[in-house]
Ligand binder design. Structure first.
Ligand code: BEZ
Length: 221
């Protein structure tokens, strides 16, 4: 099964390094990132889990829970966690799901038979508080992911969930954004009273609507 954008993500119960997890309950109205790893005790995965553990405060700052998955039992995960701490200099600080029977992997379409019949690819699912899939990525086993990019995508998803804007290529939080084409100039005057820049009738840019709020909150208190 493949999970597509806008679908409610499948619920499941699975064991993890932090005990049994019922996924929908665990999401509990937060943003969430579920990401899979081909196998325990593999080099790229070891570096990825260390990278996410180091970035955990950044996920927390975005109100986003993170959870990994690997098709091995919890007893293996626990032994691997010691290696991750030793080699990456940071302890695992989020749950790692055990999926030895590949039930969750199958449910989410994390096994791509042309890559491997038994190992998952590197899947990423960014899930909204409504438990709907907002973004997914698929990387092969040989290419480690850039988790700063996942954070950047969360910034865009959270901004565009609340404002009639889209974010341009390589956008970083605080930079100008694009007024979505479905908003007419008349509507834009109401939504963006500070004005905007028209480069083409279909390409109108406006300051990041959340950035001004942060600056004025800091100035005010
Ligand atoms: C790795 O994590 O290093 C890896 C896992 C499976 C295949 C290739 C690399």
């Amino acid at each position: 099964m493949t999970v597509q954008l806008g679908d409610t993500v499948p619920d499941f119960e699975a064991d993890s390094t932090e005990g049994p997890i019922r996924f929908h309950e665990w999401i509990d109205g937060s943003w969430a990132v579920l990401f899979s790893h081909p196998k325990d005790f593999t080099p790229v995965c070891t570096t990825e889990l260390g990278a996410v553990a180091k970035l955990k405060p950044e996920f927390d700052r975005r109100g986003t829970k993170v959870i990994g998955l690997s098709v091995d039992p919890v007893s293996d995960h626990e032994r691997w966690a010691a290696d991750i701490e030793q080699t990456q200099g940071v302890a695992l600080n989020f749950p790692l799901l055990a999926d030895p029977d590949r039930e969750v992997a199958e449910l989410y379409g994390m096994i791509h038979p042309n890559a491997s019949d038994t190992l998952t690819v590197r899947s990423v699912y960014i899930i909204g508080p409504d438990k709907k899939l907002k973004l997914s990525l698929t990387y092969p086993a040989s290419t480690g992911r850039n988790f700063e990019e996942i954070l950047r995508a969360i910034d865009s998803l959270q901004l565009t969930a609340n404002h009639a804007v889209a974010t341009p290529a390589d956008w970083q939080s605080g930079e100008d954004v694009i007024i979505v084409p479905s908003v007419s100039d008349a509507e834009a005057r109401e939504k963006f009273p500070g004005g905007w820049t028209t480069l083409k009738p279909y390409l109108r840019t406006v300051p990041d609507p959340e950035h001004g709020k942060e600056a004025s909150a800091k100035a005010c208190c």
